[in-house]
Ligand binder design. Structure first.
Ligand code: PLP
Length: 451
């Protein structure tokens, strides 16, 4: 529906003219501005839109708000912090909560990952990881180790390093030459379609790393970066044994393994991290999103202690910087307050246990959509799930968009990306909310045109 200026204004308080200045990220700006979907408030698992409708949050914001929206504990923590210290420089000075939070984050990490570098976002955490990987080898006297290995269908944020190791075509093609990187094959095998949880086949795909090493030589390779479960490409869980194999090969050839856990860390996999869920510990891990329950932007890179120690040992005089890198908003006091409150909620409300309890129902319900119109695959792990829709003629991304719009009309927010529709429900979702979401999604799909 295309709204007139009066209609838009009545619904949102914004005129068509006011809607123009904001260049929306990763959005169809023209379509949106004709028919805005404005979220004006939120509580628990629901948004309220500009017309007063309650919208179930089927993606926890953007995989951010697993503990539900507007948590009083987080509001209180941020408010209190704001009254004490609004900002502190993060270069050469610091505030106590930064240390408290770094220490607290290590409680959620696999053994050995215990040095935390704060950033303002997931993309910045990725850039930090890639820069540290290269700098680490240089500090160790192996300056030729610079090549980065990502994976097809990987998403590692929107910055130049991240899109270089990333493997989603549209995110790269406009921007020319990036950072030197090559890509492992993705793990979405047609023969694994409709797998529940981790697929059986695909461990062998990790062996492609051996071929890459034969071609480029380990003496030129800094790191491999993968999402343990690919989120943005449409929830692709790792095949059984795959991450273990990557770990073995990285160890064998002295290559750093980085897990990008911006979506998977802090509960969504039914474990503290994807590393814990899948039983493989990387050398560095990137996180963001659920760290603050989405309330204040923040990312964090967590590294093995000996990586940190390498920088300290080769740092020169003690007053000198060991790593020339950081952000104005690294360890922002409000973000630290929000993250401390958010991690407390995860623990106090036993939300990770809740994810484990809810996951089988979510899996069952999501896979009950098998056989629905145009559905060619359904995938899930923890409280992340997605389905793939066959392309409409010459329009690969059209059907997921149409499904998401129909869901929106029915009062459900779901994500559409490429040929997939994605779900990342709040950890606080009730069983009947899962039922209603899946019913609405199923109806939306079956309302699609046949061809
Ligand atoms: C795996 C992964 N890495 C990095 C990012 C980028 O995070 P941000 O959007 O906070 O920069 C995302 C965002 O979705 C992500 O899913």
């Amino acid at each position: 529906m295309v709204m007139t200026d009066t209609q838009t204004s009545q619904l949102s308080g914004l005129s068509q003219q006011e809607l123009q200045a904001y260049w929306m990220p990763y959005s169809g700006n023209r379509q949106f501005k004709k028919d805005p979907r404005l979220l004006v408030s939120a509580q628990g698992n629901y948004y309220t839109d500009a017309t007063g409708r309650k919208i179930f949050d089927g993606l926890s914001g953007l995989w951010t708000c697993g503990a539900g929206h507007n948590r009083p504990e987080i509001i209180e923590a941020i408010t209190k912090q704001m009254q004490i210290l609004d900002y502190a420089p993060s270069f050469q000075f610091a505030h106590p909560k930064a240390f408290e939070l770094a220490h607290r984050i290590t409680d959620f990490m696999p053994t050995g990952l215990n040095r935390v570098f704060f950033t303002g976002s997931g993309s910045e955490a990725v850039e930090t990881a890639l820069k540290i990987a290269r700098a680490y080898w240089r500090k160790k006297g192996q300056a030729s180790k610079t090549l980065l290995i990502g994976r097809s269908k990987g998403y590692h944020g929107a910055n130049f390093g991240g899109i270089s190791v990333g493997g989603i075509g549209p995110n790269r093609v406009l921007y020319g030459k990036g950072v030197d990187a090559v890509h492992l094959p993705h793990t979405m095998l047609a023969s694994n379609a409709f797998s529940q949880g981790m697929p059986e086949k695909g461990e062998h795909l990790a062996d492609e790393l051996e071929n890459m090493i034969a071609l480029h030589d380990a003496s030129n390779i800094a790191a491999v970066i993968v999402e343990p479960l690919s989120g943005s490409a449409g929830v692709i869980p790792p095949p059984k044994g795959y991450l273990q194999r990557l770990r073995q090969l990285c160890d064998k050839h002295n290559i750093l393994l980085i897990f990008d856990e911006v979506i998977t860390a802090f509960g969504r996999m039914g474990a503290k991290t994807g590393a814990e869920a899948f039983g493989v510990t990387p050398d560095m891990m990137t996180t963001a999103k659920q760290l603050t329950n989405g309330a204040v932007p923040m990312g964090a890179l967590i590294a093995r202690q000996d990586i940190y120690d390498t920088f300290m040992e080769h740092g020169g005089p003690e007053y000198m910087l060991e790593l020339s890198h950081g952000y104005t908003y690294s360890a922002h006091p409000l973000a630290c307050a929000a993250a401390l409150a958010s991690l407390d909620i995860l623990e106090n409300d036993q939300l990770i246990d809740r994810v484990q309890t809810l996951s089988p129902l979510f899996e069952r319900q999501l896979h009950s959509l098998k056989g629905g119109k145009h559905i060619t695959d359904i995938r899930n792990y923890g409280l992340a799930g997605a389905l793939t829709l066959a392309s409409a003629p010459n329009e690969p991304a059209l059907r997921p968009f149409q499904v998401a719009m129909k869901c929106w009309e029915k009062g459900f927010y779901v994500r559409y990306g490429g040929d997939t529709v994605q779900l990342g429900i709040p950890f606080t979702t009730e069983a009947d909310e899962v039922d209603r979401l899946i019913n609405a999604l199923g109806d939306a799909i079956n309302e699609l045109d046949d061809d």
